[in-house]
Design a protein around this ligand. Sequence first.
Ligand code: SF4
Ligand code: SF4
Length: 342
Amino acid sequence: MIQQKKLGNSGLTVSEVGFGGIPVTRLSPEEAVRLVRHAFSLGFTFFDTANLYGDSEAKLGRALEPIREQVVIASKTRARDAETAARHLAQSLDTLRTGYLDLYQLHNISEPDALDKIMAPGGAWEVILEAREEGKIKAVGFSSHNPDTAVAACATGRFSTVQFAFNFVEHDSYEKVFAAARERGMGMLAMKPLGGGLLGRADLCFGFLQQHPEVVPIPGLQALAEAEEIAELYENKRPLSDEDWQAIEAVRSELGTRFCHRCEYCMPCEQEVAIPYAMLFKSQRLRFPPEMVEKMSGQAMATVENCIACGQCEEKCPYDLPIPEMLRDYYDQYQRFVAESG
Ligand code: SF4
Ligand code: SF4
């Protein structure tokens, strides 16, 4: 069985690896119930979703209702103002078929003014405080893709958890974001432990993450075999061998120049190209059903047509990505994907 552990000072006890709720959107409701219950039988007790993830909350809600008291449910709201936050929270409680959320996270606090908006009078924080007093939320966290904004959010001392991308390719967060969280005893959650589906070998991904046991990874799951493989990797932890490290280095150098970390430092673009969102297409394609991929990527991909290859974004990208070239490549891939999916 997967072990349970305390999630920082949040007051929550969770499985040492969680269940990410995005890929269940690709499954039928019956398949999703089967997967969630099977994962629970393997020791997964921590389920993370968001109101933005299609029908993920509905599917998890249905699967978790009979075992509600034995699991930890985390969801998120992208709201910045109180009115929207109140609506989102009520919807999530309803859709997840529960009277309370163990963890409610402010979703993607990445833009520099996000915290100001949330904490301002009439901001989402008012709803969070009230809901916590009423027992509708036990702990409050946030997720982010921007290291600076995430560190600033940790520094407010108001959040119990932080969720940030962390895997053997995206590991800068460990020194910066997770260090800020550790100072305050916050729970640390790793989104995209498998690089959003781009890093193939689960044994390498989790072998790497197991060296940082204070961080709880939340891989997105869509198959019984995936849940079993991960459970097995946590039951029989082993240190990475020299060959493993060589394989990791090979993947790092292959992806190093082509991996968008979604930090948004390249923004804004004067031509209004939604760079980080267009860059998401590749991993969205691996994780979401085709109709959702079109819905999520279509708008961002349309903005790529405005790119005049001025190169200003490249100068701002800390990872030296060849952005205009990548955008053109993803745009072409997206057009082929739309033509093929019909
Ligand atoms: S190269 Fe394209 S995406 Fe980058 S800043 Fe210029 S117009 Fe925007
Ligand atoms: S393109 Fe570069 S700067 Fe822009 S989000 Fe990706 S990694 Fe960050």
